[in-house]
Design a protein. Sequence first.
Length: 221
Amino acid sequence: MKMTLYPNEPIIVNEGVTFVNFQTARYYWQWIQELQVGDQLIFSENGQLISLNKAVQYIGGIENKIDLSKIYAKSILSLIACHADEDNLMQLARYDMAIKTIFQQILFDNDLPLRIEREWDFNELIKSQKVLIDTINSGSAYDKIVDVVRIMSDFSEQRILVFNNIHLYLKPLEILSLHDFSMTHGMKVLYLGMAASPIKKNGEAYHEVFFDEDFVQFGSD
């Protein structure tokens, strides 16, 4: 996938890890805004334009809890529904009816001017159980990022995952390992950050684009 922010050259983001680093805060913040709500950053693949929401999943920093359950709320419903067989559905329908009966009895016994209107709905039942994605929110920064990449791969994520300033948390060998992990899982991972100079050393497999203080771009291909 290509990202283009005029007047810079296109940046190619392939499977694995790509860094886009900046010497200046102003340009760094401009890219952060564009990757979340901007309309000047253009995405394309195989000659076709792609909208921002279909091209990018912005994660941001890893200091706080990453709520994948919110990101994949609809996918969670589909996943459970896909794996529920006919016996499961019949059992759940019976339990749902039993719960409704108890509520109806409470209303009747206490002469409450209320009624239960909800019909049997499998998706509504799943929502009521607050099914969450179990992610690692402690341990090392590397473990947390790997966990996010792995889970998103399980959900067949095709968008670019964008994190901020990851090079400040990871050791060089962890960056290489994360690149290999992302490649194995077919994930495009972009790390946006500030750095005084390029962080990539000769021979390292991941890709880096670096913008100096004059906005000159290095390593675009």
